[in-house]
Design a protein around this ligand. Sequence first.
Ligand code: FES
Length: 202
Amino acid sequence: MDKVEDVPLPPDEDRRRLLAGATAAAGGLALAGASAPFLASLAPSERAKAAGAPAGVNIGRLKPGELVTVEWRGKPVWILRRTPAMLSGLSALRAQLSDPDSLVESQQPSYARNPTRSVDREILVTVSLCTHLGCIPTYRPEPGSLQSDWRGGFYCPCHGSKFDLAGRVFKGSPAPTNLVIPPHAYAGAGRLVIGVDRSANT
Ligand code: FES
């Protein structure tokens, strides 16, 4: 199983302590579902949660098309490495989406208001809670697996909301908005940090 790593954050003693505690607790792993295995739970302290401790994840071994789940601030977060085919399909969906340009500001940081809703266009990082009533959608990457014109995405079995591979909600879904993109940045090649805003260096 992949390992959650500490990342080189600013030399702040308090933050170092939080990350050290999180790493020590990273043995407590949980499965999120057959199609979305948890990488690890950082299990920060209550104080760390209140401070919004960042989650550092090594994604160097994440394969194209592979999705993993990590926990950040008590919420499941998906990390998906999109394939070139997945990325090229995003632009064809505009007319079918409720908010194709991510205009609802609360759903992503400003730097993720772009066609792929990401910092690194290959890597989707999104809170995996349906924006209708909070169920966890399923990852349905296979074209045609949900309906004949399905290009791959996420399907919420609770009430039928559908999202594309950028987490954008399809028209007609009960979910009112796109999936939430959390603050995230890169601290080096293959080293993703969820919970901080920083200039991408990928
Ligand atoms: S909770 Fe997802 S569609 Fe209702």
